[in-house]
Write a protein that binds this ligand. Structure first.
Ligand SMILES: Nc1ncnc2c1ncn2[C@@H]1O[C@H](COP(=O)(O)OP(=O)(O)OP(=O)(O)O)[C@@H](O)[C@H]1O
Ligand SMILES: Nc1ncnc2c1ncn2[C@@H]1O[C@H](COP(=O)(O)OP(=O)(O)OP(=O)(O)O)[C@@H](O)[C@H]1O
Ligand SMILES: [Mg+2]
Ligand SMILES: [Mg+2]
Lengths: 167, 162, 162, 167
């Protein structure tokens, strides 16, 4: 499994125009000036796989995740939507299709919708399927900006639990 | 249950020792079980020392040394049981040029079994990438383009009202 | 007391506006008193927005934007009432190349009225220094040499048993 | 006032050999590989001007501030000593000499000694003299590694107090 493509509309600094990014399978480096939206792109991935805490996407509340804008340079969005196109040829996600498309959308009053290959499903269905493939928004494989030093600050019991979950 | 845990523990430790000494040549590292007889009643302590040093506790390490030790732990787990993808934001912020390029070399190797999507401001990291994705802020919103793209794609993605 | 505070407040704010827009061209910034009638019963709120953006709260800024805003505040105070020296450790860790060199240029200017001792891993910062001091770990301990020193001084400072 | 020179012995990663550094007046940049001792050099300056919190010098206790070493590559130190040579031609420090030398020493059982131009004085005497010149180990002009993002996390009242102290 890997992320083939992401489509973003109205999520954080991504405006009303749909932005799509094709990712290659190996080592992808994201570059750009300060404030351009690099961390927001990574937040979009974690949002797509079901991240619940707005704070860990550096937002005060869910409505902060929806694109707002200065009057004039574009209308504020009414909803934020992210679609992740996951390559599933190895069938690590227990779904019988070569590509698994996960879509998550939230609107201004915080109501959220999840879709799996176009069909509306519950959040827990998505989370269970992804967990079976070792994908979780809070996994040890997700390092937000400035948090690389937090890894070794985990206590001994937390490290042990990490190993237990991997086993 | 105890045996499964211990075999995972020893396998990850073996990777950790090897990765730490490749990222920090001459250094050595290990895990210590707080209670070897009953691992579930205690935790796992990480010990690591760069070459020629004896680190009493990880908190005494420098910013760069802590980053290297953290990454060695993550990569040791990756080698044992690769997650599908790794999303990492400026993990090289505190690394000097030599450590940045060692980490980038290692990620390149590990990216054969997992996808790595890494934000970086450092040239040493960009150089080793399979793909570079540029993000920019234009006309009041963010847009994304692949560095090898031509200008036309940039216009499509980023032109006009957002 | 209130008048002394207010004149300090407005003087620092004037500096802050000017410095923020020189570090972040096209951006603007200001301070807001929570209780203008009785400043001591409230605090001071910082507002800042890079060019073309409307930042609702400083927490929503990126790592680089937060660094720039923090530095603009420190430099605004320095301009009003310079402290004898400033000790800063990798303040440019989250800054891209352009922002690093703008910050370094500004420090160079401000270093006419205060001494700045700054640890940095970035070339853009080193380039603007009046003096570069190298630190290295040899023979089991740290030693320091001035980059323009000859090898003899290095041997004196760092040779032999520590 | 500026720092003309520092002499360090047995403080953190600085071993038993006395290390001296001459600083120029303007913009000084400290460089070197990870783990070489750059932050320790800055810690030595803050230690010299009376920093009390071991934690903010990244030490668990005061004894962590004294050079210890692997057997063989040098003896562990019995005390740590830092001398700061401050240029005082502008007399901002209310002491009548062109150079003010502040020495601080601690030994393994945590006993500390402060000296001003060679004479033993109390910590509060040093702190008062330095504060008169706008020098304090916790001042807004001291930014430890990784803490640049903390500055704007100060609450509104803390910012107001900062301005009050400057006035
Ligand atoms: N809901 C939103 N609507 C519009 N803009 C937003 C929204 N949420 C965040 N932003 C903007 O996104 C920008 C930050 O983007 P991001 O953190 O991704 O930058 P970055 O490229 O990672 O920068 P750095 O290199 O400094 O870390 C900020 O300027 C912020 O104001
Ligand atoms: N009391 C002590 N005795 C010996 N070594 C010590 C002592 N205290 C700290 N150290 C060592 O000092 C080193 C850290 O130095 P420092 O934090 O100054 O590095 P740095 O040059 O700032 O590195 P970076 O670029 O990674 O931030 C660590 O390796 C640590 O083990
Ligand atoms: Mg970022
Ligand atoms: Mg450091």
């Amino acid at each position: 499994v890997y992320i083939k493509k992401i489509a973003i509309r109205g999520f954080k600094s991504f405006g009303n125009r749909k932005v799509t990014v094709n990712f290659s399978k190996g080592f992808v480096v994201v570059v750009g000036p300060n404030g351009s939206g690099k961390s927001n792109l990574l937040d979009a991935i974690r949002f797509g796989i079901g991240m619940l805490s707005a704070k860990s996407m550096r937002a005060g509340s869910f409505s902060d995740l929806i694109f707002y804008s200065k009057s004039g340079s574009g209308r504020a969005a009414k909803y934020a939507a992210v679609s992740l196109y996951l390559d599933n040829t190895d069938r690590r996600i227990p779904v019988n299709s070569d590509t698994v498309i996960i879509t998550r959308q939230i609107d201004l009053d915080g109501k959220g919708v999840y879709r799996l290959n176009g069909r509306t499903v519950s959040r827990s269905q998505i989370v269970d399927l992804l967990e079976a493939a070792g994908i979780s928004p809070d996994g040890y494989n997700m390092i937000p900006q400035g948090e690389i030093l937090e890894v070794i600050r985990k206590g001994p019991v937390e490290i042990r639990r990490l190993f237990e979950n991997i086993a | 249950k105890r045996n499964t845990f211990l075999s995972t523990f020893y396998a990850i430790e073996k990777n950790f020792k090897q990765i730490f000494s490749s990222l920090s040549p001459g250094g050595n590292a290990r895990f210590v079980l707080e209670n070897p007889l009953d691992p579930f009643s205690g935790g796992v302590i990480i010990e690591a020392s760069p070459a020629g040093k004896e680190i009493k506790r990880l908190e005494l390490m420098s910013g760069g040394e802590k980053s290297i030790t953290s990454l060695a732990l993550i990569f040791a787990i990756q080698q044992y049981h690769p997650a599908p993808f790794y999303i990492m934001d400026e993990i090289d912020a505190f690394l000097d040029e030599q450590n940045s390029s060692r980490v980038a070399d290692l990620i390149k190797e590990l990216s054969r079994t997992s996808q790595f999507i890494v934000v970086s401001l450092k040239k040493a990291t960009m150089k080793k990438a399979d793909q570079i994705i540029g993000v920019t802020y234009m006309n009041g919103s963010s847009c994304v383009f692949s560095i090898d793209a031509n200008l036309k794609q940039l216009e499509e993605q980023c032109g006009g009202e957002g």
